[in-house]
Design a protein around this ligand. Structure first.
Ligand code: APR
Length: 322
């Protein structure tokens, strides 16, 4: 028997938290790679030295050499720069594209059979670029955004109702930007529509809708809310947890139904773009896209979000980044 090997490209804030979660859950051996010398070595040494108290036997190592990712079944990519206050994710396009291109070439060379989960922003564009550079099949190149956006949406609903977030199910579609589409109609608490519970709380449909609309807006801007507070970087605990949930679904062939930045080949009427949609995630990566019937309002919001992704991809082509 052999433990799975998980490579983390980028040993910054998100990379560090991911390494610790993987170790604590013993999901596999971790190799963390960064361009900064000694950073991944130092971080992983620190994490490893807690193996006694955290009770794990997996190995967690750091490297600056892509040879060490050989044999990785899953590669999670965070390399790049995060946002600063006032920046949108799209402002990172130029700098992160160059980084993702190099990273993709190295993944193709050293881990050609890996499933690749991207976190670097602007997410939909970076996943598209990774797919192009590696030439991997679409089921093996996916992006983390929807798990986090949906988790934020669910958290806000739970906080509003004063109930456990474990019983909330909420879904966010579309691109990972300000145009993302939290689906109000599908948000529920133990199967009960969340909006119905808001109505019961406030005794009015109008007030319930008003509160829900605020939550939807907060969800779409949640990343920026954290950036504005941190000032020196962007969210890292929640993106790390979200990406590991995806990696675990693949490693353990769980067939989870999660919101994933996945390649659409006609689904939702979208041809050839990476967009956030619900999908079945298992041992073969993105195994199935789940198509929802959207009402006119939802469809219009989704189309708007897809158009934002298309514009970003066009910009990349104009700049010769894709
Ligand atoms: N190869 C490998 N690692 C690189 C490269 C490269 N070419 N270029 C930069 N890095 C590393 C940096 O040295 C840094 O350690 O990527 C790491 C990024 O870490 P942080 O700056 O701490 O950023 P983090 O908060 O982890 O976010 C990373 O995820 O959510 C997105 O917008 C966010 O794009 C950003 C990414």
């Amino acid at each position: 028997f052999k433990r799975p090997k998980i490579a983390l490209i980028g040993g910054g804030q998100i990379g560090g938290v991911m390494a610790q979660i993987i170790a604590k859950r013993e999901l596999g051996d971790v190799v963390m790679l960064d361009i900064v010398e000694n950073l991944p070595q130092g971080k992983t040494l620190d994490i490893s030295e807690a193996s006694k108290t955290d009770h794990f036997d997996v190995s967690v190592t750091g490297t600056n050499d892509y040879k060490d990712i050989e044999g990785a079944g899953v590669v999670i990519v965070t390399s790049g720069v995060p946002r600063k206050p006032g920046m949108s994710r799209d402002d990172l396009l130029g700098i992160n594209s160059g980084i993702i291109k190099t990273v993709g070439e190295n993944i193709k060379k050293h881990a050609p059979d890996a499933y690749v989960i991207i976190i670097s922003n602007p997410l939909d564009a970076m996943v598209t670029l990774m797919r192009q550079v590696t030439g991997f099949p679409a089921n093996r190149v996916l992006g983390q955004a929807g798990v986090l956006d949906s988790s934020r949406f669910a958290s806000f609903i739970a906080w509003e109702l004063g109930i456990s977030v474990k019983d909330v199910s909420a879904l966010v579609l579309g691109g990972h930007g300000d145009t993302m589409v939290p689906l109000i109609r599908y948000a529920n608490v133990a199967g009960i529509p969340a909006l119905e519970l808001f109505e019961r709380k406030y005794g009015s449909k109008e007030k319930a809708k008003e509160v829900m609309d605020k939550i939807v807006e907060r969800t779409a801007k949640a990343g920026g809310e954290v950036v504005a507070l941190l000032k020196t970087g962007s969210a890292f605990y929640s993106p790390a947890a979200s990406a590991i949930e995806m990696a675990e679904a693949i490693i353990k062939d769980q067939k989870r139904v999660l919101a994933v930045c996945a390649y659409l080949d006609g689904e939702y009427g979208v041809n050839g773009y990476y967009v956030g949609v619900p999908a079945v995630l298992g041992g073969k990566g993105v195994e199935k896209i789940i198509e929802l019937t959207l009402n006119d309002e939802e469809q219009a919001l989704f189309d708007n979000s897809v158009n934002a992704v298309k514009t970003l991809i066009e910009d990349m082509k104009k700049l010769n980044l894709l």
